[in-house]
Design a protein around this ligand. Sequence first.
Ligand code: B12
Ligand code: SF4
Length: 504
Amino acid sequence: MSSARKKVLLFNPRSARSKPRIPNSILAVAAAIDGKYDYVVVDGNMEQDPIPKILGLLASGDFFCFGLTVMPGPQLRQAIPVTKTAKEKFPQLHIVWGGYFPSNQPAAVLKSGWVDAIVNGPGDSCFPQLLDAFERGETDFSGIPNLILLKDGAIFKTKKDELYDQDALPELPYEKLNSFYPLDRYLGKTYLGTKTIAYHASIGCPFTCSFCAVVPIYNARWKGKSAQHIYKDIRYLEENFGGNAIEFHDNNFFVSEKRTVEFSKLVKNDKMVWWGEGRIDTIDKYKDESLALMREAGCRMIFFGAETGNDEILKKMDKGGTQTGAQILRFAERLRKFDIIPEYSFVLGTPGETPEKVMKQIDEDIVFIRRVKELNPDAEIIIYVYSPVPTEGSELYESVLSSGFRFPEKLEDWISPEWENFDLRKNPLTPWLTPAMVDKIRNFETVLNGYYPTVSDIRLTPGKRSVMRFLSGLRYKTKFYHLPYDIKFLQKVWKYRQPEIEGF
Ligand code: B12
Ligand code: SF4
């Protein structure tokens, strides 16, 4: 590599208020260019204000490309202004966005005029190719796979590569990351352990739920690293940095029972506690002995998209056609026997033909969630208000459009408070939901969280838990959820942690 060769600046905008996690998206991108291009990583989660640092680096003239990873929500708050300023100040700089937000909202991103190319899904092969093309001074990138470009004013998607063999991808440059930010600071304290590793062991998902942002990008494809490969990486982080717990960040870690069992056998003696995301209908097919082994190997909690107890809506959501309300309840009981906590997420406020139907469904889901808690009081419940993701052609999305719902067209509109809350699935700008409906969902959530505080909030002492439970008990038992300001006040004062916003 010639010393005069210009570098790449990689940026992970702030995504969490506290507890930074290993930034696997930007690390995977770094791995793809490691040894080919020199690069610098700036992590917004580790900086008070990363913007002056970034603009200072760019002003040095050492960089020819600025790459950002962007998911919807708070990451946009840093990504949008810094991209705009960088393009205005350094018009020659090539700016590339990757991640779920630009892949699903390419028009707003590219039409801003500040972003030259979007990486659509895996960037492992296309990013180095794109950098080579930038270096050669080319302007037509349509032959490079996995990109979204603006061509003659219109959105143009280049061909999609098959998913890559995950074991054959370059190793993640943990040491290099450690040279920018001490890796130790990424291994935070969670309820799983004192040094929690964030690890991504597969890409995509084999299912096609009609509301899910993974579907348009991966089209029902999934590829995982082998159990041996995962274990090797985990051992590395354990031995070199003291990692003692794992959050698997895969969209769907448990697709293969064989892989889960193999990994469990490998990790069994390491005393690691771990968590991952899976599907009820998939894991319900696991043998009892697999579930027992997983628990013995440290699997403490699994996140599931339960969504609703209504079979009709489950069908519309295209949950693979096999998940039912009855199964959700039965499975919560089944996992209880194995002492694995099911973390069920529900989506309330799905579109309905009339306001009465929407409200009725919210009421039924509340009753259903209470039933889950009766069958397994340890089950964790996460409540989202339905927010549409454009899975074009799905029945659900068609009904969303016909209600008048539209995404913002201008990139900067995404950082208005309303749309940020929309991204956090807290305040939907969905025309079919009235304030009374949203209040009902939020009030129930407040009372439920008061009566059953999450185990994942490690700051909540047993004393605080008892006070919250006592205060919420009468409301929960009498099903009177209205105006729970007393509980809200305590949750605010004690900074009650909501896994749905702050992550796992
Ligand atoms: C970890 C994570 C978080 C962490 C952030 C960790 C961090 N960076 O510090 C936390 C917990 C904070 C978080 C929060 C949220 N998240 Co999040 N998160 C994830 C998760 C689980 C893993 C991301 C990851 O590391 N992937 C691993 C890498 C290797 O994959 P990748 O990101 O796809 O990267 C590849 C390509 O996309 C591409 N690429 C990506 N970026 C770039 C950049 C460049 C320059 C290039 C060239 C290529 C490139 O190349 C990479 C390698 O091939 C994903 C789901 C998933 N499995 O990806 C959801 C996910 C991205 N999150 C999502 C959402 C919605 C959120 C929230 C906004 C909302 C919510 N309620 O959950 C909140 C925001 C809250 C907040 N305070 O910011 C959604 C996005 C959906 C959508 N509509 O687009 C996802 C897909 C989960 C889901 N299935 O719903 N999240
Ligand atoms: S199973 Fe989960 S990740 Fe897969 S398509 Fe459905 S919601 Fe998305």
